[in-house]
Design a binder for this molecule. Structure first.
Ligand SMILES: Nc1nc2c(ncn2[C@@H]2O[C@H](COP(=O)(O)OP(=O)(O)O)[C@@H](O)[C@H]2O)c(=O)[nH]1
Ligand SMILES: [Mg+2]
Length: 205
């Protein structure tokens, strides 16, 4: 890490509310950055690393539990939003449809949303879930940033190769998204993530 205090704004993050539907989405004018990822990709861990708070977002070893949109405030002007993920190909159709409805509702009604961080395991990038998120970002004109997490599971060479391949695939498929490597375990890429989000929600570097 280049600067030990790089994420000091995010250390103030506090849980605000879990919303089950649009009626409960806070309309407090706070600028939002949302986090999305397949369940078990490492979303909660990434949020906790960003905020330097191990108990902020629940880290579950049981995938597929989350059905809610969780809001965390950073300050009076800004918040982070933890979006529900879903698991594997075996998810029943009604569950997937319910998820899609909630996500579309959120993306459509969040006027203060500035960008979406899409978290994926570096060993399994750009799966259906991720492509759907990218399509939504395109549809709603939202900046997207891909976090290839669990980088600690690969050696440096293969990790860099996976990043370059993902960037190439994004370009080839016509997506305008940025991508980086990350590890919640050893904080690889934390400063890069902080700089990206700071730019979206008008925080100084
Ligand atoms: N080695 C390693 N494990 C991770 C990392 N991030 C998450 N995990 C593990 O992956 C599992 C799922 O993480 P979690 O954050 O709950 O995923 P979520 O379902 O996307 O919120 C947990 O066992 C975490 O400890 C990482 O960067 N490195
Ligand atoms: Mg989680």
């Amino acid at each position: 890490m280049s600067h030990p205090q790089i994420n000091h704004y995010y250390r103030q993050a506090k849980f605000l509310i879990s919303a089950a539907s649009e009626k409960q989405f806070p309309k407090d004018g706070r600028l939002e950055v949302a986090f999305a990822g397949r369940s078990n990709a490492g979303k909660s861990s990434a949020i906790n690393t960003l905020c330097d708070n191990k108990s902020l977002a629940k880290i579950s070893k049981t995938p597929g539990r989350t059905r809610l949109v969780n809001y965390f405030t950073i300050d009076e002007q800004r918040s982070l939003v933890d979006l529900p993920g879903y698991g594997y190909a075996k998810v029943p159709l009604p569950v997937k449809q319910q998820w899609e409805k909630l996500m579309e509702n959120y993306l459509q009604h969040s006027e203060a949303l500035r960008g979406l961080v899409i978290i994926m395991d570096i060993r399994h990038p750009l799966k259906d879930f991720d492509l759907q998120m990218l399509n939504w970002c395109e549809h709603f004109g939202l900046p997207a940033h891909l976090l290839l997490t669990k980088t600690d599971k690969l050696k440096k060479g293969p990790a860099q190769a996976a990043l370059l391949k993902t960037r190439r695939d994004l370009t080839e498929q016509g997506y305008d998204a940025s991508a980086q490597t990350f590890s919640a375990l050893n904080k690889t890429g934390l400063d890069e993530l902080v700089n990206k989000i700071n730019g979206w929600i008008d925080l100084p570097e």
